[in-house]
Write a protein that binds this ligand. Structure first.
Ligand SMILES: [Zn+2]
Length: 246
């Protein structure tokens, strides 16, 4: 319905358009995925300033006309995550997270858990970039995977991790099958790949605990967890995600 509405939103992607405009791909509280044009926003004296860049969390006024593209009529900064923005690995992790949101949540349906998760993820990367030493920073690959698992849950595509996704058996879960959509037991493991107990446990923890409270996991476990979540999304959401680490 045409009209103006107010919503909080995160800039997922910002694309130069025409002489002085920008097209924004937004994830919003009120309407999920929204695309909007910010006219004149690349002019030096634009009232929008520099806040229409990726990862900014904004209070927005959007006008919905007859086209698919809303028009940004107002934007104020709620959080610019300056620490994140000054740190290469954090920028990279945030970009991969926003890319996953773009691919997994493409509808104009509000999804508050997904929105809150995205904001917590950006805040965690921002805090990590401020950490006094490298040892105090969250591992970007582990945090990126936890984000991806939780996002899959919010989007309705989370893998089955409690019992065999084929037969329901609760013991001897030794493998993972993207086609079956979860862990599988020894009798059902055909077509799956071997999943170490550590990788299984990492996924269970990542799904159930806050994103800031992740346990340490070996690189091997993280690789297996990534393969598990990516194969699940390829089979069930038909989405192919980029690797969580460079
Ligand atoms: Zn089974």
């Amino acid at each position: 319905m045409p009209g103006t509405f107010k919503t909080e939103g995160v800039v997922l992607r910002s694309i130069r358009f025409g002489e002085a405009d920008r097209i924004l791909h937004l994830y919003t509280v009120e309407k999920g995925r929204v695309n909007a044009i910010a006219k004149g926003s690349r002019r030096p004296k634009s009232r929008f300033g520099g806040r229409l860049e990726p990862f900014f969390r904004l209070d927005l006024m959007l006008h919905e006309g007859r086209s698919d593209l809303c028009t940004v009529t107002g934007a104020s900064t709620l959080d610019g995550y300056p620490g994140l923005r000054a740190d290469g690995p954090a920028i990279d992790a945030a970009a991969r997270g926003c890319d996953a949101v773009l691919r997994l949540l493409d509808s104009a349906e509000p999804n508050r858990p997904a929105y809150n998760l995205l904001c917590r993820y950006l805040a965690l990367l921002d805090r990590g970039a401020h950490a006094p030493s490298v040892d105090d920073r969250p591992d970007p690959a582990a945090v990126g995977l936890a984000f991806r698992l939780k996002l899959a849950l919010a989007a309705g595509f989370s893998p089955e991790l409690r019992s065999c996704a084929r037969c329901g058996e609760g013991e001897g879960l030794v493998a993972f099958s993207g086609a079956a959509g979860g862990v599988v037991c020894g009798s059902c493991e055909g077509g799956g790949f071997r999943l170490a107990p550590e990788a299984h446990e990492f996924m269970v923890t990542a799904m159930t605990r806050p994103i800031a409270e992740l346990p340490d996991a070996s690189e091997r476990a993280l690789r297996q967890a990534e393969r598990a979540i990516n194969e699940t999304l390829e089979h069930h959401a038909h989405v192919h995600l980029r690797s969580v680490a460079a």
